[in-house]
Design a protein. Structure first.
Length: 155
């Protein structure tokens, strides 16, 4: 029973992703592709002639029944990988996805270790010493003279 329930949950979660792959929309793809002319703008943000041509091409490919992956592959073959808003999640480009995660986890680990260490470090207990008024300890000769002077006032 659990296995059936788990499979059903997996199907419900995966269904929107599969539908998006099979029936992409122009607004979805506009956010995932960059304008080849405009620096740092997606197709959704750009009104350049090149962006307009790519949008028309995407609409034609959607009407022809192409999947999201097929449309992206076609545009990558025409414009290169720079047209993708996010780097692919395989090969060398996987580093772009993993490095920030490793940096955040590593930083959290370092901060956690430092915080643990700071809470474990205690100041040493001061050793009992005789101090003079100027903050320096008395030497043996000074202590002897002080004891003699105090004895002279007591007696």
């Amino acid at each position: 029973m659990r296995l059936v329930l788990l499979a059903l949950v997996a199907l419900v979660v995966a269904a929107p992703a599969l539908a998006s792959e099979q029936h992409p929309t122009l607004p979805e793809l506009e956010g995932q592709l960059m304008c080849p002319i405009c620096e740092g703008e997606t197709l959704a943000q750009s009104d350049s002639p090149a962006a307009q041509r790519i949008k028309v091409e995407i609409q034609e490919r959607i009407a022809a029944g192409d999947t999201r992956s097929e449309i992206k592959q076609r545009l990558v073959s025409e414009w290169g990988a720079r047209i993708l808003a996010a780097p692919p999640r395989h090969g060398f480009d996987l580093i772009a996805w993993l490095l920030p995660l490793i940096g955040v986890l590593g930083g959290a680990l370092v901060i956690g270790l430092l915080a643990w260490r700071w809470t474990r470090t205690r100041e040493p207990e001061p050793t009992p010493q005789r101090w003079s008024l100027n903050g320096h300890p008395l030497g043996p000769e000074e202590e002897r003279r002080l004891d003699e002077e105090l004895a002279r006032f007591d007696g």
